[in-house]
Design a protein around this ligand. Structure first.
Ligand SMILES: *Cc1c(COP(=O)(O)O)cnc(C)c1O
Length: 497
C-alpha cells in the first residue's frame, strides 16, 4: 500500500486533511490552497502505462494522490467522466504539426481543456460528500475567464445535492463563450456577468469563500460552498493524467525511447495546467523544460525573468481571453513548494501581493525554477502563428494554443533545443472563431460568430463541433449583470438566503 497523501493549506498550520475533504472545501479557510504533503512516484513504469487507455491511466495517477477514495469510487468517477461526452475514445489525442506534438485537450463537451478536469469534478465532489456525511447542499462558486464557467456548468447541471453559480467578466469573453454560458439549462445553475475583469471576479469569489460569518449563516440554512476553479485540488489532480498519458503515448508509438526527456509548452493563465505538468514531472515523467507561455498579460514571463511578481500593470484584453489574468492563483502552490513547503514564507509573500500587488522571491527559490522557461507572444505573433501553421501544415489551432506555439518557436530559435516537445492545445478553434478567421485573413466584421463558424468549417474542412451548433438558437436563460461590488448580494439572491 502506498503512503496516504494528506493535504494542508499553503498559508498556515491548520492541520492536515484527506483528499476528499480538500475537494469538498475547495479553498482553505485561511485563503490558502490545499497542497499534498508529498508527491508520490508512479508505481507502474511508463512502458507499462503505455499499454493502458486514458481511463486506466487516470486511475493509475489519481489513486496515488486521492488516497482516501476506494478503488471502486475512483473507477466509478473515471468511467462516468471520460465517456461519450468526448468526441474521441482517445479522450486526449495527439496531432503532429510543424515539428511539435499538439496534445489536444478540447475534445470534451465544451471544447476547451477545462473539460478534462470538470467532467470528473462533480463525481469526485458528490462522492466526497457521501464519504464525509455532508448533509448540506454544496454550492459551487466559480469565477471564469470564459472556459471554466461553461465546463463547470455542464458538469454540475442537475447534479442532485449541488447548485452552481458562475461569475464571468461581462465584456471579457468571446461571444461563443458567453452564448455557451447564458443558454445553460438546469434548475440548479446561475450565471452572472460582472462589470469588471476576471481578476475582479476571482477576488470577489475568494472573499465570499473566506467570509466566516457568511459560512455560518449559510450552514444554518443548509448550504456550504465549494469551488470548481483550479484552486480546487480536485481540478489539478485529473490534469496530471494527460501529461503522463501523452508521454506514454509517444513512447508507445516509438516517437521517443524509454527514458527520453520531453519538453512541454503550456498556454498559461491561472497557472493550473502547467502546475499539473510540474506535478507529473515530480511523479516521474521525464519532463525537461516546463515552458510557460503568456499572452500580452505577461506577468508570469516577467516573474521568470526577474524573480519579482508584479501585478501592478494594465490589464489587456486579448484574443486569448482565457489567459487574460494578472493574478495567477496556482502560482501560490509553486511558491510554497520552492520555499521548501514553508507555509509561513508563502503566507508572507501572499500578504505582500495583496497589499502592494507584488513580491520578490529569494535567490534560493529562484534556483529551483531552473526547469521553467517563461515566454510570451504578442497579438500579431499569435495571429501569424495560426496562419503559418495552417498554411504550411494544414493544422488549425485556436488563439490560446497559438500563443504556446509561437512561444515554442521563439524558444527553439533562442536555444536550439531539439528535445521532443508536447504543446498543450487548450481549445477548439471554433470557440474563438472571429479571432481565428481574422488570423487567416478571412475576417468579416459584418458577420456574427456563428456565420464565421460556418466559413471556418468550409475553409478548414473541420465540421462545426456540436458544442457550437447546439447553442446557436438556444434560449437565453441567464441575463443578470451586476457590479463587481454586488457579487455577494447576487449569491444570496440565488440561494434565497
Ligand atoms: C483556462 C485556459 C487556459 C489557461 O489555463 P490555466 O490552467 O488557467 O493556466 C488556456 N487556454 C484555454 C483555452 C483555457 O480555457
Amino acid at each position: 500500500m502506498a503512503k496516504e497523501v494528506l493535504y494542508s493549506s499553503t498559508r498556515g498550520a491548520l492541520g492536515q486533511i484527506k483528499a476528499s475533504e480538500a475537494i469538498l472545501r475547495g479553498l482553505a479557510p485561511d485563503g490558502g490552497l490545499y497542497v499534498p504533503d508529498h508527491i508520490p512516484h508512479l508505481e507502474k513504469t511508463l512502458r507499462e502505462i503505455a499499454q493502458l487507455d486514458y481511463r486506466e491511466t487516470a486511475y493509475e495517477v489519481m489513486k496515488l494522490l486521492l488516497t482516501d477514495y476506494t478503488e471502486e469510487e475512483l473507477k466509478y468517477c473515471i468511467s462516468h467522466a471520460y465517456d461519450s461526452k468526448f468526441d474521441t475514445d482517445e479522450i486526449a489525442p495527439i496531432s503532429e504539426a510543424g515539428g511539435a506534438y499538439y496534445l489536444e485537450l478540447y475534445h470534451g463537451a465544451t471544447i476547451a481543456f477545462k473539460d478534462m478536469a470538470l467532467s470528473i469534478l462533480p463525481y469526485l465532489m458528490t462522492t466526497a460528500a457521501k464519504k464525509n456525511n455532508v448533509k448540506n447542499e454544496i454550492v459551487i462558486l466559480t469565477a471564469t475567464s470564459g472556459d471554466t464557467g461553461k465546463a463547470a456548468l455542464a458538469g454540475f447541471a442537475d447534479v442532485p445535492g449541488t447548485r452552481i453559480i458562475v461569475f464571468y467578466p461581462k465584456h471579457g469573453v468571446s461571444p461563443i463563450q458567453e452564448q455557451q454560458m447564458v443558454t445553460q439549462k438546469g434548475d440548479n445553475t446561475c450565471v452572472i456577468g460582472i462589470e469588471g475583469n476576471f481578476d475582479d471576479a476571482q477576488t470577489g469569489v475568494k472573499k465570499i469563500f473566506t467570509d466566516k460569518e457568511l459560512a455560518k449563516e449559510l450552514d444554518a440554512k443548509g448550504f456550504q460552498f465549494s469551488s470548481a476553479n483550479s484552486i480546487n485540488i480536485g481540478r489539478l489532480v485529473p490534469q496530471i493524467v494527460y501529461y503522463v498519458y501523452s508521454y506514454a503515448k509517444l513512447l508507445k508509438e516509438g516517437r521517443i525511447a524509454d527514458g527520453d526527456s520531453i519538453n512541454v509548452v503550456v498556454p498559461t493563465g491561472n497557472f493550473g495546467n502547467i502546475l499539473a505538468a510540474y506535478y507529473a514531472k515530480n511523479m516521474g515523467v521525464p519532463i525537461a523544460k516546463l515552458i510557460c507561455a503568456s499572452n500580452s498579460n505577461k506577468v508570469l514571463f516577467d516573474f521568470f525573468q526577474t524573480g519579482e511578481y508584479d501585478r501592478n500593470r494594465d490589464f489587456v484584453l486579448t484574443s486569448s481571453p482565457s489567459m487574460d489574468i494578472l493574478i495567477s492563483s496556482n502560482l501560490e502552490r509553486l511558491i510554497y513548494h520552492i520555499a521548501g513547503d514553508d507555509a509561513q514564507k508563502n503566507a508572507n509573500l501572499m500578504a505582500l501581493l495583496s497589499q502592494d500587488g507584488k513580491y520578490e522571491i529569494t535567490d534560493n527559490m529562484r534556483e529551483q525554477l531552473a526547469d521553467f522557461y517563461g515566454g510570451f507572444a504578442t497579438e500579431d505573433e499569435t495571429a501569424a502563428t495560426i496562419r503559418k501553421v495552417f498554411e504550411s501544415n494544414g493544422y488549425l489551432m485556436d488563439t490560446h494554443t497559438a500563443v504556446a506555439s509561437s512561444v515554442y518557436s521563439k524558444y527553439v530559435q533562442e536555444t536550439g533545443d531539439k528535445t521532443v516537445t508536447v504543446i498543450a492545445s487548450t481549445a477548439s478553434p471554433f470557440k474563438f472563431t472571429r479571432s481565428v478567421m481574422n488570423a487567416l485573413g478571412k475576417g468579416d466584421e459584418s458577420k456574427d460568430d456563428f456565420a464565421l463558424a460556418d466559413e471556418l468549417s468550409e475553409v478548414s474542412g473541420v465540421a462545426i463541433p456540436e458544442a457550437v451548433s447546439s447553442i446557436r438558437t438556444a434560449e437565453i436563460r441567464h441575463k443578470t449583470v451586476v457590479d463587481k461590488a454586488d457579487m455577494l448580494k447576487a449569491v444570496c439572491d440565488f440561494l434565497n438566503a
